[in-house]
Structure formats: C-alpha cells, structure tokens
Design a protein around this ligand. Structure first.
Ligand code: VGL
Ligand code: ZN
Length: 199
C-alpha cells in the first residue's frame, strides 16, 4: 500500500501567513492532482497551543529565528504560527481535504516542538502515525508539502528509519532555507535512504 503524506499545507506557511514559505501556495494544485494516484491520502497539521515553547514570543528577550537549547536539544524559535483554532492553522483554501483518510495533528505538546509527523522533537514521543500506517499495511510513502527543510525532512527521515520506503517530491515542496537548512536537509534525507524526486 502506497500513501501520499501531505505535510503542513496550512495558511501560516503560505504567502500572507505568519511563517510564510516562499512559493508555499504554488504546490497546492499539483498536490491535489496527485491524490488520486494513491491508495491512501494523509494530511498533517501543525497545531500549537497559544504560548507554545517553540515561539520566540514565549521566551523573554528572544527574537524569531534565533536558536535556544531545550531539554530535548537545540530549537529554532519561530514567529507565532498555526495556533489551534486560528485561521493560520487552517489548510490552504484550495487544498482538497475530502480525499484525506486521516488528518494527523502535531505540535500540541506545549513543551516540545514536533517537526516530524512520527515523533516529537525529543525523537521519542510518538504521534501514532506509525501504528496507523502499519495497521493499514501501508509500507510506501510519498511526501509533499511544507517546509522541505523542517517538517518534510524530519518526517521523511523518521519514516525511512522506521523502515518505510520513502520518496519526497521536491517539486511539490517549498523550503524555509534558514542558514543552510535546505542543503543540510537534502544531505540528511539522502543519508537516511530517502529518494528525492523532482517530478
Ligand atoms: C514547520 C517550523 C515550525 C514546518 C512547522 O511545517 O516545516 N516549520 N513549525
Ligand atoms: Zn510549528
């Protein structure tokens, strides 16, 4: 079974959003067109409580895009984004939601960020997605979405480490590219055995 995993195609990651990824909206039509090629479609949704620990605004004297040390490792501090129930947390208005078998939310733990659709950033706390995929006999994943160098990257690497056959459609992803993070992500995905495709 082969599933399409659509990562965080949400308003805050598209132009006009609080953590806008350049060209984030350009991928929506292509993702919609791909959905019927798969036996399952799964969407992820970044879903933070207000005051989340990954927000710069939660740390006195800190600015967005600075790094801090958290108990689970280093963490980029982000502008407030994808707050539960907010407009910015909604999916892009043109993304087809009706074909989704599952919408999985992540980042709801106030103390830990979660880039990956599989584990929180402590690399231990599961989201439940692995169990869902295994119980549905899904063993192949194609990833698309936002952002290439953060949530797509961490999800793809975790999936490959868990033994799934993983490819990323780079043409249907867009990157934040913070201090070389895109190059680092491409290297990490390759090292984990993820296939990066351009079409
Ligand atoms: C993401 C930064 C913070 C992503 C989510 O979806 O790539 N990036 N939260
Ligand atoms: Zn987030």
């Amino acid at each position: 079974m082969h599933a399409l995993l659509v990562i965080d195609v949400q308003q805050d990651f598209c132009p006009g959003g609080s953590l806008a990824v350049a060209g984030g909206d350009e991928i929506v039509e292509g993702i919609n067109a791909l959905m019927s090629d798969f036996e399952a479609v799964i969407l992820t949704q970044d879903w933070h409580p207000a005051g989340h620990s990954s927000f710069a605004s939660s740390h006195e004297g800190c600015k967005p895009y600075e790094m801090i040390e958290m108990p689970y490792g280093s963490q980029v501090l982000w502008p407030d984004h994808c707050i539960q129930g907010s407009t910015g947390a909604q999916f892009h208005g043109n993304l087809i939601l009706d074909r989704a078998d599952l919408i999985i939310r992540k980042g709801y733990n106030p103390a830990i960020d979660s880039y990956s659709a599989f584990f929180e950033n402590d690399h231990k706390t599961p989201t439940g997605l692995e169990g869902y995929l295994r119980t549905r006999s899904i063993d192949r994943l194609t990833l698309v979405g936002l952002a290439t160098d953060f949530c797509v990257n961490f999800s793809a690497v975790d999936a490959a480490k868990l033994g799934f056959d993983v490819e990323v459609r780079l043409d249907l992803c867009r990157a934040i590219d913070l201090n070389g993070s895109l190059d680092a992500a491409l290297t990490a995905m390759k090292a984990a055995g993820v296939r990066a495709l351009s079409e």
